[in-house]
Design a binder for this molecule. Sequence first.
Ligand code: THU
Length: 160
Amino acid sequence: MKGLNIHIDIRILQYEELDATDRELIDAAREATFRSYSPYSHFSVGAAARLADGTIVCGSNQENAAYPSGLCAERTTLFYANSRYPDQAVKTLAIAARNERGEFLESPIPPCGACRQVMLETETRYNQAMRILLYGSNGIYEVKKVGDLLPLSFDASAMQ
Ligand code: THU
């Protein structure tokens, strides 16, 4: 029998350890949580994408009475970024979330599987790594590329 070990490097940083551009992106993701429309889950998620030219695009989760019609903050943000600035790679995506008590999560917010899949395609589309910053008030996870969040991933190359 053979085995496969998958190694993932995640750095855990305090807000003060981030450089000014990453702090600005985290601030934007945190602010975006206040524009969440989440009357059903009361879970407010914000995301902020830093594009190759430095532009920041933000989004938040948008829910609907027909629950599956809603969309997560990450996909709202990436789809808007890609539709508004299709020629700009996404360099870094920051994500933050507040619970139903309105408090930012202490632990880094883990993106859902569907969002990881969309992040993966954003990365392959521009053929460059997208960093991900997962905000938690106790620490921020820095993931260097989407493949680290989604090992053994499915993409178009798997169909060949
Ligand atoms: N949500 C996000 O926006 N991003 C995630 O990665 C996880 C979940 C949203 C979807 C829904 O509006 C609410 O959080 C509860 O699942």
